[in-house]
Each structure stands twice: as structure tokens, then as C-alpha cells.
Design a protein around this ligand. Structure first.
Ligand code: UD2
Length: 335
């Protein structure tokens, strides 16, 4: 009898152990899939109850610009969104945003202005981590950042070709996402350092895959877009193709989407390089051919990357971010 009890007891113990292992396994996969659902912030737009804001209209609004693409992605212009409503929706989600910015060689001189103006206008009140890549870490300026915001500096090698510095960003963005950001960040924006913020850039810009229309070509026919035109390149865009010309200086979206974009552009850029081809506008050309096939889910108007040397066009009611005037010969390592 005591022998039987012992047998029953060990069977019960064994069963408990198996059930425990099973429970841990199921719980873990449930919570990790839960995490990826939570990370899919883009899909549930839940507003706080009783929030008061201006009544929206579907008959009055901007008529001087196009506010939706043919694949029904919003084109964000001033006057098309309510910042109070959007901020309230995203505040509840406790989202975090990563920003990458490269300041290699003399481009370090632009970093202070970039960071200071980002504090004033970029996702104010949200968790923002700015990842600076530079070959001059000692020259990274001290900038006071609000609670929940921080700067992370990584060293990268310098290069004597600006084309390489610009293009290698895709590789470093891919690696950053794989090694440091997975599971910690929801959205990422990749921005040019020789720029500064002048106005709000916030939750209205969030989306699965986000592209910014280049200020230099948005009134032009697609035949004038400076896409890569040699069929031998993987960045090739054929005549009669292409929606818009997007900036290489600003793009973003959900982490997984930007990872796919960076990985694809990097691998296409490197495959081209092995065959001795460099696309007309380096990673910008690859980004444009990627976005032709993988349509962005949100398109930001040129308000989100203007150029200081350009006079403002009447449809541009606000300039939020713009490239500063620079002397290329003075700041680039090569011509
Ligand atoms: C355009 C794009 C840029 C890129 C480039 C093609 C815009 C506004 N700009 O700008 O994103 O696609 O064409 O390669 O869409 N950098 C350094 N050190 C250097 C050179 C470059 O750190 O010596 C970094 C820096 O972050 C800079 C970025 O690379 O903002 C792009 O280089 P650029 O500003 O010289 O390129 P640009 O003005 O031709």
C-alpha cells in the first residue's frame, strides 16, 4: 500500500511538472503574441471617452491639395488632422519613437540645431530616443532633453566618400533595429542631420510605412523625377512608373516595416555595388523603387521636409522640418 501511494504521488508530481512546463510555454507564446498585437499600435485608434474637440466635416476642408493617394493612404497637410485628438489617442498607448540621425565628419556641426529644435517640435510629450551615429562622439553637443527623451551615441567609421556615408545608413539602421530596438520601440524615423524643425511634427505622422514627398519635385511630371534610370540597377524605375518622388532625408514607420525597407535597400545597394553600379541618388533611389512597389500607408506632404533655399509655395501653410542651406564643397569629404 505505501508503495502504491508512492507511485501515485510520483505520478501526480510528474503530471504537475508537465502541466507547469506546458503552462509556461503557452503563457509565453500568448504574451509574446500579445506583445506583437500591442506593438501593432497602428490599427486600434481608441479615443478617450468625453474628449472635446472641433467637429470634423466631410464637406469642408483643404481643396487646394490632394489629401489621399490613389491607394487610399492619407497625405498629411496642415488642416487635415486634429493634433489634440491624435495626441490623446496615442498618449494612451504609451508609444515610444526612435530617431536615427547620422553626423559623420563635418556634418557634426548640424547636430546641435537638429537636437535643440527636435526638443521643441518633434513628438513633444512623447517617449523619444535619438540614436546619433558619428565618427566624432566627443563633439556631440550637450542638449537638455525633457523627461522620457534621451540621446544614444554610437561610433561609426568616417569615410572619404559622402555617397558611402549617406548610403551606409540603411545598413546601420537595419543593424540597430535588429540588435537594439526589437521589442523596445514602436516607431522609428530616419532623418537627415543637416535640417531643423520649425513646427510640430507629431502623432499625425505615425503609420505603418511613412514616406515624405520631396519638396523639389512635387509639382513635376513623373518623367522629371530623378529616379535611377539604368535598368541594370536594382533601383531602376521605368519611364511611366513611380507615384511621387520621396525624400531619402526622412522616412519611417513601424519598426518591422522600416527594418524590411532598410534591409531590402541595403541588400540591393550592395548587390549593385558588386556589379559596379551606384544608383543616381544612392539610398534615396533605392528607397524610391522600394516605395513604388511597397506603397507607404501614410504620405507626409513637403511640409515635413522643405529646403531653406526654396521660397514657400502657397499650398505649404507651415514648414515643420527643413534642410538648411549648406556649402557642399566645404562640408563634404569629396565633391
Ligand atoms: C539628399 C537626401 C539625402 C540622401 C542624399 C543622397 C533629402 C533632403 N536629402 O540630400 O537623405 O538621400 O540626397 O545620397 O532628401 N552625411 C554625413 N556626413 C557626410 C555626408 C552625409 O553625416 O559627409 C549624412 C548626414 O546625416 C546627411 C545625410 O548623410 O544629412 C545625407 O547627406 P547630404 O545631406 O549631403 O545629402 P543631400 O543634401 O544630397
Amino acid at each position: 500500500m505505501p508503495f502504491l501511494n508512492c507511485k501515485i504521488l510520483s505520478t501526480i508530481l510528474m503530471l504537475t511538472l508537465i502541466l507547469g512546463v506546458l503552462y509556461c510555454y503557452i503563457f509565453q507564446s500568448y504574451s509574446s503574441s500579445g506583445k506583437s498585437l500591442v506593438r501593432g499600435h497602428d490599427f486600434n485608434l481608441v479615443a478617450p471617452n468625453h474628449l472635446q474637440y472641433k467637429q470634423p466635416s466631410i464637406i469642408h476642408g483643404r481643396t487646394d491639395v490632394v489629401t489621399v493617394t490613389p491607394w487610399l493612404a492619407p497625405v498629411v497637410w496642415e488642416g487635415t488632422f486634429n493634433p489634440v485628438l491624435l495626441d490623446s489617442i496615442y498618449k494612451q498607448k504609451n508609444i515610444s519613437i526612435a530617431v536615427t540621425v547620422f553626423a559623420v565628419g563635418k556634418y557634426i556641426m548640424f547636430l546641435k540645431n537638429f537636437l535643440e529644435t527636435a526638443e521643441q517640435h518633434f513628438f513633444v510629450g512623447f517617449k523619444v530616443h535619438v540614436y546619433v551615429f558619428t565618427d566624432r562622439p566627443k563633439e556631440v553637443p550637450e542638449v537638455k532633453m525633457a523627461a522620457g527623451r534621451k540621446l544614444i551615441v554610437s561610433s561609426v567609421p568616417s569615410s572619404n566618400r559622402w555617397q558611402e556615408i549617406s548610403a551606409r545608413r540603411m545598413e546601420l539602421i537595419q543593424i540597430l533595429i535588429e540588435e537594439k530596438l526589437q521589442n523596445y520601440t514602436d516607431y522609428i524615423f530616419c532623418l537627415d542631420v543637416d535640417s531643423k524643425f520649425h513646427g510640430r511634427w507629431g502623432t499625425e505622422s505615425l503609420g505603418r510605412l511613412v514616406a515624405v514627398i520631396h519638396p523639389g519635385y512635387y509639382r513635376d511630371d513623373r518623367s522629371k523625377f530623378p529616379y535611377e534610370r539604368r535598368p541594370a540597377s536594382r533601383a531602376y524605375v521605368a519611364p511611366g512608373e513611380g507615384d511621387f518622388y520621396y525624400c531619402g532625408g526622412a522616412f519611417g514607420g513601424l519598426l518591422q516595416e522600416v527594418h524590411m525597407l532598410a534591409k531590402t535597400c541595403r541588400s540591393n545597394f550592395e548587390a549593385d555595388a558588386r556589379e559596379g553600379i551606384e544608383a543616381a541618388w544612392q539610398e534615396e533611389s533605392h528607397l524610391n523603387s522600394y516605395m513604388w512597389v511597397n506603397k507607404p500607408s501614410k504620405v507626409l506632404s513637403p511640409e515635413y521636409l522643405w529646403q531653406d533655399f526654396k521660397a514657400r509655395n502657397p499650398e505649404v501653410h507651415i514648414i515643420r522640418f527643413s534642410g538648411v542651406v549648406k556649402n557642399y564643397a566645404e562640408i563634404r569629404p569629396n565633391v
